[in-house]
Design a protein around this ligand. Sequence first.
Ligand SMILES: Nc1ncnc2c1ncn2[C@@H]1O[C@H](COP(=O)(O)OP(=O)(O)OP(=O)(O)O)[C@@H](O)[C@H]1O
Length: 262
Amino acid sequence: MRTTLEPSTGPGPAPRTTRPGDVAAVRAVDLVKTYGSGRTAVRALDSVSVAITRGQLTAVMGPSGSGKSTLMHCLAGLDTVTSGQVFLGGREISGLADRELTTVRRDQVGFVFQAFNLLPTLTAAQNITLPLELAGTEVDPGLLQATAIALGLQDRLAHRPSELSGGQQQRVAIARALITRPDVVFADEPTGALDSRTGQQLLAQLRSASRELGQTIVLVTHDPAAAAHADRVLLLADGALVDELDAPGTDDLLAALTRLGS
Ligand SMILES: Nc1ncnc2c1ncn2[C@@H]1O[C@H](COP(=O)(O)OP(=O)(O)OP(=O)(O)O)[C@@H](O)[C@H]1O
């Protein structure tokens, strides 16, 4: 097992989590991910180096098969890397053993998926605080309130998922990912199960929650209108990072994707 810290910018012991001076919440250096071996090997990520800025909403776009999910999985400690390094919160996670990666995922990362994955018998509040309960951490009512307000859920906390709209259910799932204040929240096509208007509202809320709480969020999406909510958009093609756009509009993204032939 190999664990190193990012090069320190100052004296003193290197802390476990992101230092105040760090701008990157998560960083990949020369990341390579190959599936399979021999003639059937697929190089899903081909030497990707990228830094995800703290407190920003970053979207990852690219044609189908370009490596978006693979990049997310490697950055989040869900998958091993073939070579290269991943630093999460200033600590290298590439090379960690499975048990340590489980702790990284529990303590440093939040996830939001297309399917909301809420527990039907629990209220919205209980769903949101579930990660804290599972970790044996006391629930701070102020933190729950602030998270609920950031997502416009303060009047829905006593409701069960079946009593909530799809958009509200996904906001509960986002609140659940934010409640532990992880280094990064990864959202994989979070609007995939929502109609386009509700999806747009959800993304606006995701972005404002990111700003209000200073939460780093990585959004994986096919949808240029979704990615247009991001502070920065990373474009992947054939496993390589081919472009980075700052606060692009939907038209800029459509043009960039057209150039990639997607
Ligand atoms: N478990 C796996 N075994 C073999 N090949 C894989 C595996 N997972 C992904 N791949 C391949 O790696 C490449 C990148 O896949 P990935 O799922 O990361 O792309 P993506 O951009 O997320 O695609 P999509 O937009 O279609 O979800 C593809 O060629 C894919 O077929």
